[in-house]
Write a protein that binds this ligand. Structure first.
Ligand code: B12
Length: 502
């Protein structure tokens, strides 16, 4: 029997706090019962390469599948995949996930990745393994990229399929590799937090979002009943008591949200998910009230900017406006659901003065949001271009001298890791004065309004850091807040949810 087993690797991500690795688990589900598979999770292994090699030395393996997001995960994905090629040259290396889907050519031209699954892999991956095990061509398989005579072949993208038709996730098998209890961690929402993904894509085309080139404004969600069955199973079998919905846009359908809320409300579980302000603002009051009763504690929204002109420039689409961002923060307060607003600053601008003026305007807008609803959680990203070819924003970024690394290993350069973390992307139009202004404001804001999601902070610590920041926040003096940075770093060990998750 020729070797046919697959090893699926989830490289370590920023925070080392493990959550159910849905990317590799869903890929495992797609071959479950047909190909033997094992999972290696970099978040739970001190020496993942050694673990992987020990499996391969057992024999019987032919496929190394690696899921890759941009940023810290690359630090394990690149050297380990390269080492697999050097030490086990018969193993076929297959990458999937957001990074290779958005940057297939640089990945394939590394010489140690044989195939990229472009977008959802639930059908492409088993079809690829079938073709390889039968020695057949792969060119008929959709959503695939590979090199042919040194040139990249990208097959047509498959139509987005129904999430409901996918096989159940093999939680019990995952539990054999890593105890599920290790994955159900403590968070602001509960003691045993479930990471769950219930829909693909998003119906919108925001020009700064890496989801767009992959899903092209398509969305498909699992039915409320199926979500409920899975969650109930994880509650009863592994004690899950809260849910983080990792969907890019969980709340697209009010009907689905209401149906899910009706089902989950008797379970006493808190939950969180991602949405759009204009979509949720169309929800009826009764739906918002039911969601709160059903345990919806906080919702992440891409607010992006208070400027209607910038919202247009970034193709935010829909009806979102600066005034709606404010009024909706007020509205949500009536339902005791915490809005978590993320803003993106540092757009391509005509020079430093223009960039500083933009940042100043966003700072004043964020202060208005806090007046409208002081409980609003604020997350600040700095614009890091993603390949939304043809969008006005990406074209302007390129005109201003932006380009991605041409060699895969160049992405390991700390500058590019910072780029991926969307904190200090070093884009050509961003000067140290501009990033400094953004970072200093963020420091003062997080001190004056510490995030509720940092559950280790005591009431006394919150009051103390707020007191220390009050003169700066009241007077709008954000320059060089070293005293606050020191308190956040050394006393509070302040956690930022956007980098470390909940
Ligand atoms: C959970 C999550 C995290 C977790 C880590 C998860 C982990 N792997 O351990 C945490 C919180 C640590 C995290 C951190 C960050 N993340 Co994150 N993360 C997500 C999130 C919300 C869910 C991922 C997931 O489980 N999806 C569910 C699975 C089923 O979907 P999937 O991953 O797409 O998998 C399918 C396909 O992609 C494909 N596939 C995927 N992997 C593989 C592998 C193989 C072999 C094959 C064949 C197929 C395949 O098939 C799968 C099934 O169809 C996504 C958004 C999203 N909804 O996907 C953002 C997302 C991936 N993260 C993102 C970012 C930017 C980050 C950060 C850099 C943010 C920051 N500023 O710090 C950090 C650092 C990342 C890092 N490299 O460490 C961005 C990536 C954007 C981009 N430019 O590509 C996303 C898309 C969010 C967004 N909307 O912008 N993240």
């Amino acid at each position: 029997m020729p070797p046919q087993k697959a090893l699926l690797f989830n490289p370590r991500s920023a925070n080392h706090k493990a959550r159910i690795p849905n990317s590799v688990l869903q890929v495992a589900a797609s071959i479950d019962g047909r190909y033997e598979w094992v999972i290696v999770d970099g978040n739970l292994e001190d020496a993942p390469q050694e673990k992987i090699f020990s499996y391969f030395r057992q024999g019987g393996f032919r496929y190394f599948g690696c899921t890759v997001m941009p940023g810290p995960q690359l630090k394990q994905a690149i050297p380990i995949t390269k080492a697999v090629r050097e030490h086990f040259p018969d193993i076929i290396n297959i990458w999937g996930g957001y990074f290779p889907s958005n940057h297939p050519e640089v990945v394939l031209k590394s010489g140690y990745v044989d195939f990229v699954v472009n977008g959802p892999g639930d059908y492409a991956f088993p079809q690829l393994l079938d073709a390889l095990s039968e020695g057949k061509s792969c060119e008929h398989i959709q959503s695939l990229a590979f090199l042919k005579n040194g040139t990249m072949v990208k097959t047509p993208k498959a139509a987005l399929y129904a999430y409901d038709e996918l096989p159940p996730l093999p939680y019990d098998k995952l539990n054999r590799f890593y105890s599920l209890h290790k994955y159900l961690g403590r968070s602001f929402l509960g003691e045993r937090t479930i990471a769950y993904h219930s829909s693909f894509g998003c119906p919108f085309r925001c020009a700064f979002c890496a989801v767009v080139p992959i899903y092209e404004a398509r969305w498909n969600g699992k039915s409320a009943d199926k979500i409920y069955q899975d969650v109930k199973y994880l509650k009863e079998t592994y004690g899950g008591d809260a849910i983080e919905f990792h969907d890019n846009n969980f709340f697209v359908s009010e009907k689905r949200t209401v149906a899910f809320s009706e089902l989950i409300k008797k379970e006493g579980m808190n939950w969180w998910g991602e949405a759009r302000i204009d979509t949720l603002d169309r929800y009826q009051d009764s739906s918002l009230a039911l969601m709160r009763e059903a345990g919806c504690r906080m919702i992440f929204f891409g607010a992006e900017s208070g400027s209607d002109q910038l919202l247009q420039f970034m193709d935010k689409g829909g009806k979102q406006s600066g005034s709606q961002i404010l009024s909706f923060a007020r509205r949500l307060r009536r339902f005791d659901i915490i809005p978590e607003y993320s803003f993106v600053l540092g757009w391509p601008a005509a020079g430093e003065q223009e960039a500083l003026r933009q940042v100043e305007a966003e700072i004043n807008f964020i202060r208005k949001v806090k007046e409208a609803n002081p409980d609003t959680e604020i997350i600040i990203y700095v614009y890091s271009p993603v390949p939304t070819e043809g969008s006005e924003m990406f074209e302007k970024a390129k005109q201003q001298g932006f380009s991605f690394p041409r060699k895969l290993e160049d992405w390991l350069d700390p500058a590019w890791e910072n780029f991926d973390l969307r904190k200090n992307p070093l884009t050509p139009w961003l000067t140290p004065r501009v990033t400094g202004k953004i970072r200093n404001f963020e420091t003062v804001l997080n001190a004056y309004y510490p995030t509720v999601s940092d559950i280790k902070l005591s009431g006394r610590q919150r009051r103390a850091i707020r007191m220390a920041a009050s003169w700066r926040y009241q007077l709008g003096l954000y320059g060089f807040p070293y005293e606050l940075k020191a308190l956040q770093r050394f006393w509070l060990k302040y956690r930022q949810p956007e980098v470390e998750g909940f």
